[in-house]
Design a protein around this ligand. Structure first.
Ligand code: GRF
Length: 193
C-alpha cells in the first residue's frame, strides 16, 4: 500500500479526489497526512476523512529554508512513500526537494513546459491560445520543470475566464493524478529524477 502525504494551500479539490479514490479498497494507495502552508480550506477534507493534518505557516518562519525544514520534519513523522503537491502555492526549498526527490509529484493546470509557475491558467488566457492542458510532473529544483509523468490537452473556449478555464482543467488534473498515483503504487510507473 503506497502511503501519500499531500501538501496544499487552497480549496483542496484535487486532494478530495485523492481521498475519495483512496477510500475504495481496490485503490493501492492511501493518504496518511495532509499538510498546508496556511490555514487552507482544503484541510477540512482531510478532517472529514479522519486524516491527520499539519500546518506550517510560511509567514511564521524567517526564511523559505527554515519553513521547508519544518515541513520536512512534519513529513518525516509519517515517512510517506510519495509526496503529492496539489495546489501548494509555495516552492519547496531545494534542500527539501533533494531530500525526497524523486518521490515528490506535482499537478499543474497547464500543458508543461507551457505556462509554468503560479499563474498557468491566467497566462494561457493572456497568451490567447486555443488549447492548454493539465500536467503531472516529478518535482525538481526548478519551477514546474521536472519530468512529465502525464498530461492532456484541454480546449480554451471563447469567453473563458480564469475561473471557468481552471474549473475545466481541475477534473482532468484529478484524473491524471489518480492514475499516476495508481501506476506508481503498482510499479507500472517508476519515478526517476
Ligand atoms: C490546481 O489546479 C493545482 O494544479 C494548482 O492549484 C489548483 C489547486 O486547486 N497548483 P485545489 O486547491 O486542489 O482545488
Amino acid at each position: 500500500m503506497l502511503t501519500l502525504a499531500v501538501l496544499i494551500s487552497g480549496t483542496g479539490s484535487n486532494l478530495r479526489a485523492l481521498l475519495e479514490a483512496a477510500s475504495h479498497s481496490d485503490f493501492p494507495a492511501r493518504v496518511v497526512v495532509v499538510g498546508a502552508d496556511r490555514d487552507a480550506p482544503g484541510l477540512a477534507h482531510a478532517e472529514e476523512f479522519g486524516i491527520p493534518t499539519f500546518t506550517v505557516p510560511f509567514h511564521m518562519h524567517e526564511s523559505r529554508e527554515h519553513w521547508g525544514e519544518e515541513v520536512a520534519r512534519q513529513l518525516d513523522v509519517w515517512s510517506p512513500d510519495l509526496i503529492v503537491l496539489s495546489g501548494l502555492m509555495r516552492l519547496l526549498p531545494a534542500s527539501v526537494v533533494t531530500r525526497y526527490s524523486p518521490r515528490i509529484v506535482n499537478t499543474h493546470p497547464a500543458y508543461l513546459p507551457e505556462f509554468p509557475g503560479a499563474h498557468g491558467v491566467r497566462d494561457a488566457l493572456a497568451a490567447g491560445v486555443t488549447e492548454t492542458g493539465a500536467s503531472v510532473i516529478v518535482v525538481d529544483d526548478g519551477v514546474d520543470s521536472g519530468p512529465i509523468l502525464a498530461q492532456e490537452r484541454i480546449p480554451v473556449l471563447p469567453g473563458d475566464t480564469e475561473h471557468s478555464l481552471h474549473e475545466r482543467i481541475k477534473p482532468v488534473e484529478r484524473r491524471l493524478l489518480i492514475d499516476v498515483v495508481r501506476r506508481i503504487a503498482t510499479g507500472d510507473l517508476v519515478l526517476a529524477p
